[in-house]
Design a protein around this ligand. Structure first.
Ligand SMILES: Cc1ncc(COP(=O)(O)O)c(C=O)c1O
Length: 389
């Protein structure tokens, strides 16, 4: 048996080693996929830490320990999808309580709050958190959870995590950050004071568009105890195979995200100068309203770019149909570049008036910059823009 890992390891080292000691049975350096649904006990209640795979599984435990290390938290929980993680977190609330959410969240998160939790007696309201004072003003006497994404999806607004976490603390309200867009490579919400971090691991964390998953990480012992109970009781857990896939993807998370960010920065600058583009939303641009906060709380501004095309839906539609390297598809964060139309695709469940208020109009296209050569990607974008009449 080797000694524990040294302390203060860098992110890229943790991604490859945290929670992942070689298998004690065989010495296998890659985490075994333990498919067993149940585990033999020496006698009733006398087991090796695992009883039944919904409650706990060695492959999942490795992923959970790894994710906790990457986010700098004590407890990690893996779920069947990001949406399963969100729904499980919302079940920490009781009827009569209220969730204060950022206004520009993933469409499925809005749908969960509006159409699933709402009818169960858990109310929610959605506010632009660009000014932290707006969060304080929107807290209600029954607010028991503050939920935010930053950068937001799809408008890439930046919310100040440290300031919002401080407001949460002042009022005794947990603050949960959906860190899917930024990843722990760029932003670590727990270090900024958030109570918990949530992920759709489907995106950058897995990074290869071949597994759906979700996660929550926290250092709050009471919340962790409740989440462990709910993870088992609700049962929205990932398969051991998917846990393995996500762990495999994590090993290259740092290099992938850094390269994707470098390509995105180059592409964003060129998009600004292109005549067919009405607006570029990218936190790396000095003109972005959240640029200063992004520079403070993120190591790089991310690899997502949202653009508004002149010419509305016909222009957006031509652009998306003409691209040859960017696939027109929902999701983001994979090695392959993707482009999508939020109003018709990812954010269709947000009511039209709310979409309009957020600026999700018909000319809006969201780009997820992948790992292809940046010049090839730019050529693909130029070619698709040229096809717009
Ligand atoms: C920011 C964000 N959060 C949560 C989710 C939901 O994750 P999943 O699709 O894994 O359920 C998504 C999915 O697109 C997302 O983009």
């Amino acid at each position: 048996m080797k000694d524990a890992l040294p302390e203060n390891l860098a992110f890229d080292t943790l991604a490859i080693h945290a929670g992942l000691a070689p298998d004690p049975l065989s010495g296998a350096v890659m985490t075994p996929i333990v498919l067993a649904s149940t585990f033999a006990q020496d006698g009733p209640g006398n087991h090796k830490g695992y009883e039944y795979s919904r409650s706990g599984n060695p492959t999942r435990a490795a992923l959970e320990a790894n994710l906790a290390a990457l986010e700098g938290g004590r407890h990690g929980f893996a779920f069947a999808s990001g949406s399963a993680a969100t729904t499980t977190m919302m079940h920490t609330l009781r009827p009569g309580e209220h969730v204060l959410s950022g206004d520009d969240v993933y469409g499925g998160t809005f749908r969960c709050l509006d159409k699933v939790m709402g009818p169960m007696g858990i109310a929610s309201s959605f506010v632009d958190m660009s000014e932290p004072a707006a969060v304080r003003a929107a807290i209600q006497p029954n607010t028991r959870l503050i939920w935010l994404e930053t950068p937001t999806n799809p408008m890439l607004k930046i919310f100040d995590i440290a300031a919002i976490a401080a407001i949460g603390k002042e009022h005794g309200i947990p603050v949960v950050v959906d860190n899917t867009f930024a990843t722990p490579v760029l932003q670590r919400p727990l270090a900024l004071g958030a109570t918990a971090v949530m992920h759709s691991t489907t995106k950058y964390i897995n990074g290869h568009s071949d597994a759906v998953g979700g996660a929550i990480v926290t250092s709050d012992a009471a919340l962790a105890e409740r989440l462990a109970f709910l993870q088992n009781a609700i049962g929205a857990i990932p398969s051991p195979f998917d846990c393995y896939m996500v762990l495999r993807g994590i090993k290259t998370l740092g290099v992938r995200v850094r390269q994707q960010c470098a390509s995105a920065a180059k592409i964003a600058e060129r998009l600004v100068a292109h005549g067919k583009i009405a607006k570029v939303h990218y936190p790396g641009l000095a003109s972005h309203p959240g640029h200063a906060v992004a520079a403070r709380q993120m190591k790089a501004p991310g690899a997502m770019i949202t653009v508004v095309l002149h010419g509305g839906l016909p222009a957006a539609s031509t652009f998306l149909r003409t691209m040859r390297l960017f696939a027109c598809a929902e999701s983001l964060g994979g090695v392959e570049s993707l482009a999508e139309h939020p109003a018709i695709m990812t954010h269709a469940s947000v009511p039209p008036e709310a979409r309009k208020k957020l600026g999700i109009d018909d000319g809006l296209v969201r780009l997820s910059v992948g790992l292809e050569d940046a010049e090839d990607l730019w050529a693909d974008i130029e070619h698709a823009l040229a096809a717009i009449g």
